[in-house]
Design a binder for this molecule. Sequence first.
Ligand SMILES: *Cc1c(COP(=O)(O)O)cnc(C)c1O
Length: 397
Amino acid sequence: MAQLAIDGGNPVRKNENFLIFGSPLIEEEEIEEVVACLRSRWIGTGPRTSQFERDFAKYKGINLAVAVNSCTAALHLSIKACGIGNGDEVITTPMTFCATINSIIHAGATPVLADCDRDTMNISPEEIEKKISPKTKAILIVHFAGRPCEMDAIMSIAKSYDLFVIEDCAHAIEAEYKGIKTGCFGDIGCFSFYVTKNIITGEGGMVITNDERLVGKIKTLALHGMSKDAWKRFSDEGYRHYSVIGAGFKYNMTDMQASIGIHQLKKIEKYWEKRRYIWNKYNECFRGLPCFLPKEPEENTKHAFHLYTPLIDIVQINKNRDWVLDAMQAENIGIGVHYIPIHFHPFYRKTFGWKYGDFPNAEWIGERTISLPLGPALSDNDVDDVISAFSKIMKNH
Ligand SMILES: *Cc1c(COP(=O)(O)O)cnc(C)c1O
């Protein structure tokens, strides 16, 4: 039997060849555009940002898009633009990144968690309905790992209780549910172009909506609270005074970021194909190992394949998940954990009184989940190394 590197055996990859988790693919077009942007000396918010917004809206088949400097900013602005704040509740999932929760808190509202489903890892519509109170104003859903949420059920709940729906699409730019693209169901869709995401701008985010009124508010809040025409200051239409109509933020995207985004977006489907291929290959090669593999995408949906997240059968291997993380690192393969459930973090426990046992499905996933490298930058050899290392560890635990 092959000895594991964690037990002193030879690692699958050499130390100097450590496979970084979530490393992006950056090609010549992006590099040339950034250089052209720098040479133009228009490096703030300008024509490239506008182009990226137009291209992104077109890709999503929606009217309006506002580029911002992160998905966290996008979420924060979306909640504020819906007029949600003090005394209001926003229902979301415990199986998400902390930014989803922080954006609710920073808007002044209270996050209310509704447990996820074990198989899809997405927020459960039945659990959402149980958490609705007279204070509930919105449902903030996360299309986890790129798998679209159960939108029929969620939209029908939102309709009957008159709630806003905000979609955290940080994992799910390409995803679709019954022919409708994620981010286009609810009132607002939010996207991330952080370095590990499906397409990247270094740091960056996008808000999409069909609602002119919401876009006006978002643009104003994203730029110091200056009236939305202030965005036109970044043009050569002549001098414009600005008026501050609220205490806003500094969340605008720059043309240096947009330069990368414009070209990444052109390759979005090519990158998606590559991730789909790797995702399917993992699912085939890992059959029979002591873990619960991701469920096939639901019929009539498009999965964005952002993360590949098998769940370790910790009972069968009689070791905890963190041991598997250490064993993978020892083989020189970088891994991730998406996520430690929100209610396990000390700040949220202290602030909201959440405790172990409150969200059993999120806990079940949180104790077992591991994310393996998945991205267009991986070579066939990298993918084979991930498969060898994970198989070796799961067979020789
Ligand atoms: C990455 C991520 C965010 C935050 O995105 P940033 O662009 O880094 O602010 C929010 N929600 C989820 C689910 C994420 O994965």
